[in-house]
Design a protein around this ligand. Structure first.
Ligand code: PEP
Ligand code: MG
Length: 902
């Protein structure tokens, strides 16, 4: 049977899948000789066995725990449950991936009515002993017995009121004794059983509760958000307690080796004197800056900083360290890679390269896709007049405006109605995770920079202001007060997570910029990656933005967006409603210069880089009012509310809309089918491209237009349209054709096009996989219907592992892409291939594109930094796999030789 329990001195970091992050790091730190209270870890495998058996502890596990405990008792010279020398332990969860606060922990286990007296005598401090006991009773009741925490908080509150205590540290031994009695009575009333005085029973119940907490709702939401597999389970760490609440020369805190908000190299942290760790993490008391520890106990501070920096060097990354000082002695309880904002992640990685701690490859490898997505935060537009109502702690950068909401469920509800919401709370707890996900930002009145709200918001890249002391929430009346201003739930506030300001109303925000560190990191990625990164951009402004973010071309310019502006739409509608060819030609002649100007703007912005222009794709009725609106308007006209001319016009439009109506527009007259049936529309667009190219060349701009035909399903569609494009180029450019090396290609969006890619490639210079449509057509889902009706349920029940419109379905859609690219290249060795659906900005999909040898990915401008990083990560991942494969081949060859030698 495999080993299920590891003492800290036996473990090592390589065993992380079994020991969890916390257990592995405690073992590693113990090995480094750091001051770690002794303990042991029950493996994640034991947790999985517990789950598999229907939540029954594996046979013999508790006996093994008893043996491990025996060793721990010998080392501490204390004994669990001993009335004279009681050992107290913490029972903590610890998954492989960091899931701060998502699963459960129990402190001070081992106390009962007898051992609490023993602890009082041993420590000569009755107040301290009963403070520990009430904490244990409270935690045990909520975590193991599932009694609501508020019941216990109310009892403490009541006792404090009756006895005239203000703060927890004012409470006397008698006060805590009274609370312990009320807690035990509440347990009896709520569960029908007394609080278990048997310490072995306490321990078993606690271990089981921690195992079960792997499946609690907040942990599940967290895993889904961060893509952590359900099948990992949690380890359980059992460790001798040290007491931060043992008088004024004791305390507890959290320290980061760099600023987790900005990445700046500095000691950053918080400290609470005479408190236990949970007080800091839960945000129950607002802690003081770590500099207070320096002032109060400089020798401890020095030792702490020295150790922290050693740990950073050892792990080669910024560390988040939990520590406790017990009567003037320092203990470390945990170290882990610190959660950080996206900005901090970039700065820390680049600084570590500059400091020679890690290589550029390691820096690039470390970037999380989620961070890259969040990197470019919005900020308040410079010069905006602001009504600043309050100042809190700048816990997570970025600015957000939203309607105030006081609870997580309402936040989710309002978000689903399309509202932007700001979650405002005294403090958040792990149970609020769904509300934090739904909110544009989080504001709390209590808790410090390491409180739950701050840590979670930073992890998600959401703006957060916490510890805003002047914020008073009255949830009953649905209002909050900031000074003398009252804001009702549903009214707007803005927070600036970079400065900590809380501002009245909605504020205009500005888009983010690329910092010097990000530019450096992206350059590192560029020197590694093989895929090119293009942008989906429809306007000169978007093109310029894309270029600023490092786009190497435009992979998709959707021309229909150019038809939608209020001044153009009437002309486009006139073209669609035209009764004769002459009428339509006149309307198209009016549109042509507008299109030409658009293309000239984009060519200028992309000077010297390829610009892929897609000919019109959507069905024509998308440019006309809906049937429903038209009927309604006609109804009003008939009721005598408008003129006869209006009635004639509306009837005409209605007839046209009816004639264009389709049962299934996604599969109807769109893409190249439209271009073949109404050739003059495509002719106008093609002419506009070449006229713009010629004018740009005359201005000294280097143009590389790629004309892209959408939705081809049969080779004849492309061959006919290609002929028209070449003829138009000849007509418009004449000899200047030589100065304008244009290409013609097609989107591959229909499964038939993928299957017949060999034929199609004979008429194309490039393929661009339109993975939005290709996903729709391969699955047979219309995206709007799927996302509106059944996709959420498919994802929840695990029928689909991920949304295939966000992450490319490699098994199905990916297979078609791979096959089409291979068949296309076999027929046309110079064929350029890439993707331009939404997947072009998604890291996993980008890795797939690299693996199958595409030439480029194209995505929206703001996703370009992520795409550049993801493309480099794909190379690094590939290299690693290659290396592993050749190492195992080598090992195989060696063992073969050995066998032969024998
Ligand atoms: C696609 O189908 O992937 C694509 C890019 O085209 P659109 O989203 O405009 O249909
Ligand atoms: Mg498409």
């Amino acid at each position: 049977m495999s080993k299920r329990i590891y003492h800290f001195h036996e473990g090592q970091v390589a065993l992380k899948p079994l020991l969890g992050g916390k257990g592995a790091n405690l073992a590693e730190m113990t090995g480094l000789g750091l001051p770690i209270p002794p303990g042991f870890t029950i493996t994640t495998a034991a947790c999985l066995a517990y789950e598999e058996a229907g939540q029954i502890l594996p046979l013999g596990l508790m006996e093994e725990v008893q043996q491990a405990l025996f060793l721990l008792e010998q080392r501490k010279q204390l004994k669990l449950g001993d009335r004279h020398n009681p050992l107290l332990v913490s029972v903590r969860s610890g998954a492989v991936a960091s899931m701060p606060g998502m699963m459960d922990t129990i402190l001070n286990l081992g106390l009962n009515d007898e051992t609490v007296e023993g602890l009082a005598i041993l420590t000569q401090d009755e107040r301290f002993a009963y403070d520990c006991y009430r904490r244990f009773l409270h935690m045990f009741s909520t975590v193991v017995l599932y009694i609501p925490t508020v019941l216990f908080e109310d009892m403490v509150h009541l006792m404090k009121q009756e006895r005239g205590f203000v703060e927890d540290h004012d409470v006397t031994a008698d006060g805590w004794k009274e609370v312990c009695q009320s807690f035990k009575q509440a347990i009896l009333e709520r569960t029908g059983d007394s609080f278990p005085q048997q310490v072995e029973q306490q321990l078993q119940m606690a271990i089981e509760a921690v195992f079960r907490s792997w499946h609690n709702p907040r942990a599940q939401v967290f895993r889904r958000t961060y893509g952590i597999p359900d099948a990992q389970g949690t380890a359980v760490n059992i460790q001798a307690m040290v007491f931060g609440n043992w008088g004024e020369d004791s305390g507890t805190g959290v320290l980061f080796t760099r600023n987790p908000s900005t990445g700046e190299k500095m000691i950053y942290g918080e400290y609470l004197a005479n408190a236990q760790g949970e007080d800091v993490v839960a945000g129950v008391r607002t802690p003081l800056s770590i500099s207070h520890l320096d002032a109060e106990m400089p020798y401890i501070y020095e030792q702490l900083v020295d150790t922290a920096l050693k740990l950073e060097q050892h792990y080669k990354d910024m560390q988040d360290i939990e520590f406790t000082v017990e009567q003037g002695q320092l203990y470390l309880l945990q170290t882990r890679e610190g959660k950080r904002t996206a900005q901090a992640a970039v700065k820390i990685a680049v600084d570590l390269v500059r400091e020679g701690v890690i290589s550029p490859e390691e820096a690039v490898e470390r970037m999380e896709p989620m961070h890259m997505d969040q990197l470019l935060h919005r900020s308040i537009r410079h010069g905006e007049a602001l009504t600043v109502l309050a100042q809190g702690l700048p816990a997570s950068p970025g600015a957000a405006s939203g309607q105030v909401v006081f609870d997580a469920d309402t936040a989710v509800q309002w978000k689903s109605e399309g509202r932007s919401v700001l979650l405002v709370s005294t403090e958040t707890t792990p149970d609020d995770i769904h509300g934090v996900i739904a909110a544009a930002g989080v504001l709390t009145s209590r808790g410090g920079m390491t409180s739950h709200a701050a840590v979670v918001a930073r992890g998600m890249g959401k703006p957060c202001v916490c510890g805003c002391a002047t914020l008073v929430i009255d949830a009953q009346s649905g209002t909050l007060r900031l000074g003398n201003v009252t804001v009702r739930e549903g009214e707007a506030l803005t927070i600036d997570g970079a400065t900590g300001q809380v501002i009245l109303g909605t504020v205009e925000l500005q888009e983010p910029q690329v910092t010097a560190e990000l530019a450096e990191l992206l350059r590192m990625a560029d020197s590694i990656r093989e895929l090119q990164v293009y942008a989906n951009a429809d306007t000169p402004e978007d093109a310029a933005k894309a270029r600023e973010f490092g786009a190497q071309g435009i992979g998709l310019c959707r021309t229909e967006h150019m038809f939608m502006s209020p001044e153009r739409l009437p002309v486009v509608q006139a073209m669609i409603l035209a009764e004769s060819d002459v009428e339509r030609a006149a309307a198209l002649r009016r549109i042509l210069p507008m299109q030409q100007a658009d293309f000239e703007g984009i060519f200028a912005a992309m000077d010297g880089l390829p610009v892929t222009i897609r000919l019109l794709d959507p069905p024509l009725h998308e440019f006309l009012p809906s049937l429903y609106d038209l009927k309604d308007q006609l109804h009003q006209v008939e009721a005598g509310l408008s003129t006869g001319i209006e009635r004639e016009r509306l009837t005409h439009v209605l007839r046209k809309v009816e004639s264009l109506h389709e049962t299934n527009p996604m599969l109807g007259l769109r893409g190249c089918r439209l271009g073949l049936l109404f050739p003059d529309i495509y002719d106008m667009q093609i002419e506009a491209v070449f006229l713009a190219a010629r004018a740009s060349i005359h201005r000294g701009v280097a143009v590389l237009p790629d004309i892209m035909v959408p939705l081809v399903g049969h080779v004849n569609e492309l061959s006919r349209l290609r002929k028209r494009i070449d003829e138009c180029a000849e007509r418009v450019l004449g000899v200047e054709r030589l100065l304008c090396p244009y290409r013609v290609g097609t989107m591959i969006e229909v499964p038939r096009a993928a299957l017949t890619a060999g034929e199609i490639a004979q008429h194309a210079e490039f393929f661009s996989f339109g993975t939005n449509d290709l996903t729709q057509m391969t699955f047979g889902y219309s995206r709007d219907d799927a996302e509106g009706k059944f996709l959420a349920q498919y994802l929840e029940t695990g029928i689909l592992p991920v949304n295939p419109f966000q992450v490319l379905d490699q098994d199905g859609v990916g297979q078609l892409i791979e096959l089409a690219a291979a068949r296309g290249k076999a027929m046309n060795a110079n064929l350029k291939t890439g993707i331009c659906g939404e997947h072009g900005g998604d890291s996993k999909s980008i890795a797939f594109c690299h693996a199958i040898g595409l030439d480029y990915v194209s995505c929206s401008p703001y996703r370009i930094p992520n795409a550049r990083i993801a493309a480099a990560q794909a190379v690094l991942q590939h290299r690693k796999q290659h290396m592993q494969a050749s190492l195992s081949q080598q090992a195989e060859r060696m063992s073969k030789r050995k066998v032969e030698a024998i």
